[in-house]
Ligand binder design. Structure first.
Ligand SMILES: Nc1ncnc2c1ncn2[C@@H]1O[C@H](COP(=O)(O)OP(=O)(O)OP(=O)(O)O)[C@@H](O)[C@H]1O
Length: 285
């Protein structure tokens, strides 16, 4: 990953809106971001921190007020937005794929193959003539993800993709993201549920239109405690704050549990992010 060049770079970008009061609302206030092929980037932050604005900027439907937005025109970027209905064009599943794939110079057989593969991947097993209006919110979201995947984009931007999904469907989407990133697609996953940001390569945390953290998940969720401190004083974990806590965000349950255990002298050398990792470590003692 380190040796790859960025396929997208934003430099000191700003997005300003005129608020009704006459003041300027700074939705993004000097954000820089690079994205490499095959990278999984999670963007986290509280409501109103600028996450969706950043998504709109990457997808090209929000213009910048200042700074540089370097995204090659040849890059195929697809988005899955928060409101699945807002994205649907067709009346049926078949029509939706027809619209999504119509611009591609591939045979009808290849389009049908991609459609079948994408529907199978997301676990949507409805007949092709199913009326989309009759699908649940979560099923519409899965359909949006499937049509985006069928295009085989270079970059997939997903804004709260799991908000309407049950845990099984969310796990499935996480596995799909692991698979597509391993094949070179970069994924930007926006969420304020931090449990969803534990498998990614990198986390970018937003607060009031600014980036307050950009780095690996482990150093976002766990406070920096030196090996010496950890050995000499198990209470260290109680008074050091992680970047996640400093940003005012609630760490995932797994992390909170592990921090309590660290304060009691357990699990000093490991920083599990996923429940299964914590279970494995706990099983050792
Ligand atoms: N069209 C607009 N006009 C004026 N202000 C806007 C507009 N769009 C967004 N904003 C403001 O910009 C800020 C960032 O909004 P944005 O939707 O990007 O945040 P967010 O982090 O995605 O929030 P959420 O998690 O609630 O979706 C908010 O304060 C919002 O009110």
């Amino acid at each position: 990953m380190q040796d790859k060049l960025p396929i997208i770079s934003l430099l000191d970008v700003r997005v300003y809106y005129a608020a009704e009061s006459g003041e300027v609302k700074k939705a993004l206030d000097g954000v820089s971001l690079t994205l490499k092929a095959g990278e999984w980037l999670s963007i986290v932050g509280a409501n109103g921190s600028g996450k969706s604005t950043l998504a709109g900027l990457l997808l090209g439907f929000i213009p910048v007020s200042g700074g540089e937005r370097n995204i090659p025109a040849s890059l195929v970027i697809r988005g899955v937005l928060q409101q699945p209905e807002a994205q649907v064009l067709g009346d049926t599943i078949e029509e939706e794929f027809h619209f999504a794939l119509s611009h591609l110079h591939i045979s009808g057989e290849e389009k049908a193959r991609r459609r079948q593969e994408a529907l199978h991947l997301v676990g949507l097993h409805h007949p092709l003539d199913t009326v989309i209006a009759r699908l649940s919110g979560g099923q519409k979201q899965l359909l949006n993800i499937a049509t985006a995947l069928a295009v085989k984009p270079d970059v997939l931007v997903m804004d709260e993709p799991a908000a309407m999904l049950d845990p099984d469907a969310r796990d499935r989407i996480e596995r799909i993201v692991q698979s597509v990133t391993s094949h070179g697609t970069a994924v930007v996953w926006i969420t304020h549920h931090l449990e969803e940001a534990t498998l990614c390569d990198r986390i970018m945390a937003m607060s009031k239109g600014k980036c307050v953290y950009d780095g690996i998940p482990e150093s976002f969720f766990y406070p920096e405690v030196t090996a010496m401190e950890a050995k000499s004083d198990t209470k260290s974990y109680g008074w050091h704050l992680s970047p996640c806590e400093e940003a005012g965000l609630e760490p995932p349950f797994t992390v909170k549990t592990c921090l309590i255990l660290k304060q009691r002298g357990k699990l000093q050398d490991v920083n599990p992010l996923r429940p299964e990792q914590l279970a494995k470590e706990a099983a050792r003692w």
